[in-house]
Every structure is written in C-alpha cells, then in structure tokens.
Design a protein around this ligand. Structure first.
Ligand code: KG4
Length: 348
C-alpha cells in the first residue's frame, strides 16, 4: 500500500513556479517556468549522438542515459533559473506517451522531488504539452485554436476550444510525418534523424522534379504517408540516376502540401482564430513558410514556436503542468507511466 502523499492543490497564479521534467524519448530535459509561461530556465540534454549509429532510438540505452543525465540536468535548470528549491510550488513530469523505461526515470525523479519538497506532483500528457509549447511563445493566443501536431510518433490535428478542452479532428492512418521523414532519409542514406537532413538537402533540390502522390488531399482531415514512402522507394529503384536533392525536395513538398491543406481545412471547419504547429516536424523550414503564407491568405493568426519549443523540452511540460494543476489539481503518487497514452481528454 502506498502511504506517501503530497499536497493535492496549490494556488496557481502568475507567481506559481513549476519544475518540469521530460524523459519520454531521447531528450533528458528540465525547466523552471513561472505562471505557466515565463520560462526561467530550460535545459535539454540530447542523446542524439548516442543513438545515431543505430539509426534510431534504442530504448534500453535511452533509459540508462536518462539515469545518468537526470540529476545534473535538474541541477542546471535550478541554477539557471536563479531560484532555490524552496521556491518550487509543484513538480511536473511527462507520464506518457513514450518509452516506458525512459518515462519512469523522469516520473520517479519528479515524485521523489515532490515528496521531499512537500509540493504537488503533476503528471503531464506529452501530447498536451506540445499544444502548450505552441502557446508558450505566444501566451495570448485567441481561441478557438487549431494545432497541427507533427512529431516522430504522432500526426494530429487538434481543435483547442479553450484550455483543457480539445478534440482530435484528424490524424495519420499509418506513418507519422516524422516517421516518414526518418524512413525516407534512411532509405536515401541521409542518416538519423531524417527530418533535419531532408530539410537541409531539399534546399538544394527541385521540389517539383518528381510528382509524388499527395494521398487523400481532398478527402477529409486524416492523412496517410505510407504510400508516399513506397513511391519514393519505387522511384529510386526505377530511376537510380535521379538526384537525391530532387527526391528529398519533392518528397518534402508532397508532405508539406498535404499537411498545409488539411490544417487549413480543419481551421476553416472550426472557425479558428489561430493556427499553431508543434512537434519536431514543426521545425521544417518549408512547412513553416508555407503554413504562414496559407494562414496569411485566409486571415488566420499563425503561431510558429521557436525551434527549441518544437522538439522535446521540459518548458512545455512545466507549462502544461501549471495549466493541469489549475484545471484538475495534482496527480496521485500512485499514478504510473503510460507508454500508449493518447490525447483523449475532450473536455474538463
Ligand atoms: O517531437 P520530436 O522531437 O520527438 C518525438 O517524436 O516525440 O520529433 C522528432 C521528429 C523526428 O522524426 C525528426 O526527423 C523530425 O521530428 N524533425 C523534422 C525536422 N526536425 C526534426 N522533420 C522535418 N523537418 C525538420 N527540420
């Protein structure tokens, strides 16, 4: 039986300080955020180099690397914030989705700290945190908000009607956008992670050189990228002399065309005031410029998070933790880690 407990509530206002911890995949991160959006520090220790030679994240290696990094990363975040531990009002950590061993490192660290400091522990859904990452750079966004969340594991179109009230209106039927970038890059021998490599190479290629398919372009809000990936493979086998830069640029254009079209359609359906993007693929230069242009044409305010806020970080966890604390209170210490957690909270 678990007899340990932490306070279940705390006042959440502009002076409330949340220490956020993120360890869901291959970044060990900690951040101190005041009032939900004032980022006092944000430290990210990436394991990219450790996993690159395997061509993807190795879960067991990730867990061990998190264990080594977690204490120094939290110390650095505290030091950089200029605050002492007694100013921390709550500790938030990603509880899912993610790799179970990796998640448990951050969750255990957060619960231990919350117990020692006698402050609430807040379990944060990583996907909800990506929604807050978009809002961190522009805290006064007007609702309703349409967010395109594109990462290595997810491709979601999310309607946010107000804080904590959201609904998934579109998603991938197969590969996530980032997964498609990574798989195509692997096939083209561009290394890992594939997104940044394709983005860079595409700048020197012709995006119109190859007419890759845009699956389901005029059909609903879901997307599908597995046919596109196969089309790239078939093209390379048939035309081995094709320039890799043209393949990269044409592939990227196909992905971006679909994402922009679906996002704008969803925003129009919702009657959105604001469109935001989030997740690792939101760092893509072509996606950023084309979605900005499309939103300008339709008079939507567009929020493009800084590159640091697109990829995994703990500032978005602390921010989402502050909002969760305000909306639903602290998380019980019995709560675990949930590798397959979805974005299922449609309303408070
Ligand atoms: O959100 P994220 O850091 O991690 C999770 O998946 O949770 O996203 C990583 C994904 C990878 O698939 C990576 O290839 C992709 O984001 N990515 C990009 C770019 N930068 C990162 N994809 C396209 N263009 C980029 N510039």
């Amino acid at each position: 039986m678990n007899t340990a407990s932490t306070p279940s509530t705390v006042i959440t206002d502009s002076s409330t300080v949340v220490l956020g911890i993120e360890t869901s995949c291959d970044e060990t991160a900690a951040a101190v955020v005041m009032g939900g959006n004032d980022v006092l520090s944000s430290i990210v220790a990436s394991q990219l180099e450790i996993h690159a030679r395997f061509g993807g994240v190795v879960p067991e290696i990730a867990s061990r690397a998190h264990l080594e990094a977690i204490t120094p990363v939290i110390s650095q975040a505290m030091q950089k914030s200029g605050l002492s531990f007694d100013r921390i009002d709550a500790v938030a950590a990603t509880v899912g989705p993610g790799l179970i061993g990796a998640l448990l490192v951050g969750v255990s660290a957060a619960k231990s700290l919350a117990l020692v400091l006698d402050v609430p522990f807040v379990g944060v859904n990583h996907l909800e945190a990506h929604l807050y990452a978009a809002m961190l750079d522009d805290p006064n966004v007007e609702f309703p908000l349409l967010v395109l969340l594109v990462s290595g594991g997810n491709t979601l179109l999310v309607e946010v009607r107000e804080h904590g009230v959201y609904q998934i209106v579109g998603q991938t039927r197969d590969d996530a956008a980032g997964e498609a970038f990574d798989k195509v890059a692997r096939f083209l021998d561009l290394g890992y992670p594939g997104g940044p490599a394709i983005d860079a190479l595409a700048k020197t290629g012709d995006g119109q050189a190859i007419d890759f398919p845009r699956a389901m372009l005029s059909d609903g809000l879901d997307v599908s990228f597995s046919g596109l990936k196969t089309a790239v493979i078939n093209h390379v086998r048939k035309f081995p002399e094709s320039k890799t830069s043209d393949i990269a640029a044409s592939f990227q254009s196909a992905v971006v065309d679909v994402l922009v079209a679906k996002t704008l359609r969803a925003a129009e359906n919702l009657g959105a005031r604001t469109v935001a993007i989030g997740g690792g693929v939101a760092a893509n230069s072509q996606l950023r410029s084309e979605i900005s242009e499309a939103c300008a044409r339709k008079d939507f305010h567009v929020v493009l998070p800084s590159l640091a806020m697109c990829t995994d970080n703990a500032a978005m966890i602390a921010s989402a933790g502050w909002h969760r604390l305000r909306l639903t209170g602290a998380t019980d210490l019995d709560a675990g880690a949930y590798p397959n957690l979805g974005l299922t909270v449609a309303q408070r």
